[in-house]
Ligand binder design. Structure first.
Ligand SMILES: C[S@@+](CC[C@H](N)C(=O)[O-])C[C@H]1O[C@@H](n2cnc3c(N)ncnc32)[C@H](O)[C@@H]1O
Length: 211
């Protein structure tokens, strides 16, 4: 795992503010790790990280992937550029496939993904974008593979616009209705479930859809 100072130095090298994304790196990395452990772990598996940021998840699982693969996709060029440097620095580049995409063009072979995760990503998305993401996941997920995602279901949380990294227009704290997930899953005979274990460090809700 990279130290806090290394992360801050790398962030500033890329002109990224060393904000809470970097200062809260470790607790969220531990949660991501624990959430995957509950779903069969990572060894020899293909893990897809939707909205991977700077590949926090990849940086904590790469040593245990064995013959597996970490795939990270994010629309922000700077995060993916930084993720490449992190992968090189950790000696993990051969186990990490990284791509920039804003429309869920996942660089994964059909029916190849064992587990997908979107940590603090649906919290930035419109309903249409979430549906789009789920539709684009369908062909790449193995039958029975879970997609684990965090979301905000508290309607008192007000969605706000923000200029993410002072550059990208984003939604912040976007509450989502669980019926969206239930109804989408039901359309394909799939299952949506809510999980309380492990509890999310920021209090977000966590759900999964099993493909
Ligand atoms: C709070 S960060 C979390 C990053 C990463 N999941 C992690 O835990 O390290 C939110 C991420 O959502 C990504 N994001 C926002 N809209 C997206 C979209 N349409 N497709 C994929 N990622 C998106 C952002 O680029 C950003 O990297």
């Amino acid at each position: 795992m990279l130290t806090q100072q290394e992360l801050i130095d790398l962030a500033t090298d890329f002109g990224l503010p060393p904000d809470s994304y970097f200062s809260e790196w470790e607790p969220l990395a531990k949660w991501q790790r624990a959430a995957l452990d509950l779903r069969g772990g990572v060894r020899d598996r293909t893990i897809l990280d939707v909205g991977c940021g700077a590949a926090r998840l990849g940086s904590v699982i790469f040593e245990e992937l064995g013959s597996g693969l970490y795939i990270g996709v994010d629309p922000i060029d700077e995060y993916i550029a930084l993720a490449h440097v992190i992968a090189e620095r950790l000696g993990a580049a051969d186990r990490m496939r990284l791509a920039v995409s804003a429309d869920f063009a996942f660089p994964a072979e059909p029916a190849s993904v064992d587990v997908a995760m979107a940590q603090s990503v649906f919290t930035h998305m419109t309903d249409d974008a979430m549906i789009d993401c789920l539709e684009r996941l369908r062909p790449v997920m193995k039958p029975g593979a879970p997609f684990v995602f965090s979301y905000i279901a508290d309607k008192r949380q007000r969605a706000r616009g923000s200029l993410y990294l002072r550059k990208y227009p984003f939604i912040r704290r976007r509450p989502a209705s669980e019926s969206l997930y239930t109804e989408w899953a039901a359309r394909y005979g799939l299952r949506f479930e809510v999980h309380t274990d492990p509890p999310h460090p920021t209090g977000q809700k966590v759900g999964s859809i099993t493909f």
